[in-house]
Structure formats: structure tokens, C-alpha cells
Design a binder for this molecule. Sequence first.
Ligand code: SF4
Length: 236
Amino acid sequence: MKISEVKVKSIITKSRIPGVDYVINPYTGCAHGCKYCYATFMKRFTNHPEPWGSFVDVKINAPELMKGLIKLKGKSVTLSSVTDPYQLLEKKYKITRQILEKLITVQPNLSILTKSSLIMRDLDLLKQFKHLEVWFSLSITDKSVRKELEPRASSIADRIKALKELHEAGIRTVVFIAPIHLRSDWKGVIRMTKDYVDKYVFDRLNYHETSIDWLKIRQEINDYCDDNNLKHFIIF
Ligand code: SF4
């Protein structure tokens, strides 16, 4: 793993994601190295010839760059869109933690998207946000498939445990079932998590699996959620 400490010019980025005003990415690259990752295009933007998952740039000055954060007051902010803010390096660098400490002062409408149970380290800060959703990305229930496709993300059991603890702490939880592909098990994910989840979001992202009939799966998801009385779900 090639790890570089870098200084960047800005950290708060205007978003083109529908419904999201700003994104914050404390790292470039992601050590989780998911095989289907939608963010691999960042290699081109950041001149990284290495394989995705084998490099991470740590934006060590990110917390200092939160000066203009007043503009985030009341805005929707996602942490993060092209990296995982709680990949293992965060344990050492605490960049995400420092960003959260700054964000608390302006109380944005914050969504944190992760595949890592390390987020539980920051429960003390998370509890101080008035408008927070923690999104756990989870689409697989088979341990060996998880190890193959998401080699360095938290285990399925650890993610579910974190969801449960967040829910019990009164934090709104979302399970992001994406990407949906032939080896994902969205019904299994719902069965294993529905007691701790406020909302499900389904997406195939840019995962091009030609044998998938997305329209048919969309209908199946709709029917399944209706049959199981899941009131809050979104299918992209
Ligand atoms: S955790 Fe997210 S950003 Fe990181 S490799 Fe996996 S899909 Fe990509």
C-alpha cells in the first residue's frame, strides 16, 4: 500500500449528486479496494497509475481548510463520495474525526457513507449532530464473496453490529444496497438489518453487469419492500 501525506487547496467540494450540496473527501483513493468501486475514475484525476485500492493520499491539512464552513449551515453534506472516511488509516490520522468536530459548529444536514465499523469510535461526536444519517454500504451476505469483492472493508457482522449500536444510540441509519449485481443478496441484507434501519437505498451505480435485468429487479425490490412493510426505501 502506497500511503502519501499530501496538502490540498480545498476540501469542501460543490456536489453534482442530486440532493447533495457539498461533499467532503478526507482521502484520495480507498484502501478498502472494492472490486466494483465506482470511484476508480479518481486515478485519472489525481495521476495515480497504481491499481485502485493500493494507494491512499491522506489530506493532512483538511481540518485547517474547513474555514469557509459557515456556508454549510443547513446544507446537505456527504462525507464521503469517492473514498471511505473510515478506512483503516483514519484510525491513525483522525482526519474525519477532526472534520466532524468542525462540522458540529454549523450543523449541516450530514450523511456519512461508509463500510467501516471504525465509525463507532466517533459516536460521541455523531450524537451531537441534529441532522445526521449514517449510511452503511452493504449488499452482500456471503463472507467469502465479501472477502473477494470488498477485501479490506469491515466484515458483514461488524457492519451490522455498528448499525445496531447506532440505531440504539438514536442515530438515523440507512443501508445503501449498492451495487446490485448477480452476487449481491439484497433480500438477505434486509432480513439481517431491518430491526435497526430507518431507510434502504438501492442502486446499481455504474456496475455494468449485462446479465442483470435492472427493470425486473426494480419491480422485485418494490414488491418485496411492500410485502415486508418497509415504508422508507428509494430505488435509483
Ligand atoms: S469503500 Fe467505497 S470508495 Fe472505498 S473502495 Fe469500496 S466502494 Fe470504493
